[in-house]
Ligand binder design. Structure first.
Ligand code: CO8
Length: 261
């Protein structure tokens, strides 16, 4: 495995088809400094390109998923330095990933940490997770999607409340409002996230990618053009070997053998 300083990567799962990325700056509660993000972007890209990997998990440790952007690193940033250096540009690498990414959140997911979780496709949380956009406490606002993705997850009233107060919400509330899809005991979170990734990994990687693209389109467009987009991808699945294999296997009462074709 490649050597990183701010993250750890590992291939896990019984079929060794799950790419696990652990944020690894425990002393700073996994604050998302630039070197961490550069490494994270590279790790995601590499797993995305690796044909043995079906899905990716991003996790932290029991105390923190990530407590936000690195406040110490950005303290002396200026408007012009942000603009010239493209502050936070590395984040695009993660949204460009074609494979499903699961955020497995224990502990704090604050500011950029919450935004990183929301960039992922599915959020699973441990019982003690805490989410929030506390940027307002330090005189700024969310800058990596918080004001745009959070309302799409939880609606306007709750998003406003979270962004304007800076208050934290716990895992149970986060699940109730639809930010998180399931909550588990702290020590079960990773195992359950791996199970989820493995379940996704039983399907055709090609069709999984098409399905992810189609769902993501729901956030980019009107209902009418989203439905058109869905239809063309759905029709497109009929040009694949894996669609034929899936339906044949059903009719023949056997398990499908997908070839990613
Ligand atoms: N940046 C840098 N260092 C941090 C951060 C952070 N975001 N969060 C915690 N740390 C450091 C602390 O400074 C401390 O280091 P040291 O021991 O050297 O003083 C260490 O981590 C442990 O933290 P605490 O002692 O504070 O731990 P507590 O358990 O007392 O408190 C909290 C935990 C409540 C999470 C507290 O650390 C906290 O409030 N952290 C800041 C949370 C925050 O405001 N996050 C938002 C940051 S702003 C942001 O994300 C802007 C988004 C812009 C886009 C995203 C870009 C990546």
């Amino acid at each position: 495995a490649p050597q990183y300083e701010n993250i750890k990567t590992e291939v896990v799962g019984t079929k060794k088809n799950v790419g696990l990325i652990q944020l690894n700056r425990p002393k700073a509660l996994n604050a998302l400094c630039k070197p961490l993000f550069v490494e994270l972007g590279k790790a995601v890209k590499d797993f995305d390109a690796d044909k043995n990997i079906a899905a990716i998990i991003i996790t932290g440790n029991e105390k923190a998923f990530a407590a936000g952007a690195d406040i110490k690193e950005m303290q002396n940033n200026t408007y012009s330095s942000n603009t010239k250096d493209g502050f936070l540009q590395e984040w695009e690498d993660i949204s460009n990933c074609g494979k499903p990414i699961i955020a497995a959140v224990n502990g704090f997911a604050l500011g950029g940490g919450c935004e990183l979780a929301m960039l992922c496709d599915i959020i699973y949380a441990g019982e003690k997770a805490k989410f929030g956009q506390p940027e307002i406490n330090i005189g700024t606002i969310p800058g990596a999607g918080g004001t745009q993705r959070l309302p799409r997850y939880v609606g306007k009233s709750k998003a406003m409340e979270i962004v304007l107060t800076g208050n934290f919400i716990d895992a149970q509330e986060a699940e109730k409002m639809g930010l998180v899809s399931k909550v588990f005991p702290v020590e079960k979170l990773l195992e359950e996230s791996i199970k989820l990734a493995e379940r996704i990994g039983t399907h055709s990687p090609l069709i999984v990618k098409m399905a992810k693209q189609a769902v993501n389109q729901a956030y980019e467009t009107t209902l009418k053009s989203g439905l058109l987009y869905e239809k063309s991808i759905f029709y497109g699945t009929f040009a694949t070997e894996d669609r034929k294999e899936g339906m044949s296997a059903f009719i023949e009462k056997r398990s499908p053998i997908f070839k990613n074709e």
